[in-house]
Design a protein around this ligand. Sequence first.
Ligand code: GDD
Ligand code: MN
Length: 357
Amino acid sequence: MRISIVVPTYNEKENVDELMSRIDKVLNGLDYEIVVVDDNSPDGTAERVAELSVRYPIKLIRREGKQGLISAVFEGINSSGGEHVVIMDADLQHPPEVIRELLKVVDSCDLAVASRYVKGGGVEGFPFVRRVISLGATYLARILIPQARKVRDPLSGFFLVRREVIKDVKPAMSRGYKVLLEVLASRKGLKVCEVPYVFRSRLKGESKLGWREILNYVKQLLLLMPDYYKFAVVGITGVLVNLGLMTLLEYLFTIPHIVASAVGIEASLTNNFIWNDVWTFRNRKGGSRLKKYLKYHLSTLVGNASQYLTSQLIYYLLLRESVISQTTGIIVGFIANYLISSKYVWSYNPHLDARHP
Ligand code: GDD
Ligand code: MN
């Protein structure tokens, strides 16, 4: 089979008739199937789709309850058979005629995205506030997920992808809306084409996008960010914990800098360890927590010792200002870590390395 159209539905009874007839018109003569994944819509969408399946090549998957858009789409993909897979909504905001344009370009790329934000594309009837939110969310994705930068509309819910590209994708989220982000983040070097389309306003039924989806979106970004971004963010929280706790101890409880500085450093280490363990490296199984906690101390020992020493020297010999002392210490510790890494761990080898540092 050539093409599978995967359509998630929740309360779209009034839209499915027109959807099927328009898809059929576009793909007339081609070998295709429509896979509808319905989450037990109370309005009777599944019953209507079952009736339509007499007329069109529809495969209907009925699930127990509302389990979320991403999981519906992946369930549809897994039980479809086409060489090319189109993902689209049922509510006609994604005009089926655009599938024709997607098919035209897909031979020269892995993924063809129907895009609102390339020339010729757009949104119809979005109030100003929604437009701003949509653009803001789009930019956020492109900042936090490097693979999303090659797409103008990485949040589009309408795209065509080759099966071999999508078949091994394991989504980080099951609830949540942004299927394309999961595909983009799953691997580097995907070749993406974009085709303009106008996101129509909904004529029938209502959008299921609410606050919960906005929270899910933030959670999805936090999961899909690359490890080194997560590590850097954790490092920044560590600096805040370090300086915050130290200041509190010194100014509120008049604890001397020689103690408060050490407590601040240890608190930041523990903070960083916890977040890196539950977030940055949450997929790395194995090893006891305690052992990793000790290893983390060991691996940052020189950096932390130089941080502490610098902070103490500046404070007791130069100026009695703890935040400045500690901050300078943090910078020195960072540099020490860098030097050790570049001189010792990734040392320069004149016979092997091309350029002199
Ligand atoms: N099976 C299932 N389960 N389907 C669902 C669920 C669910 O939990 N939630 C929503 N759907 C279906 C809807 O019936 C519709 O066909 C489609 O998913 C999209 O839902 P809408 O509520 O209409 O979303 P939207 O219009 O606000 O946003 C869509 O378009 C944007 C632009 O392309 C989504 O696809 C966004 O992700 C996309 O950015
Ligand atoms: Mn919609």
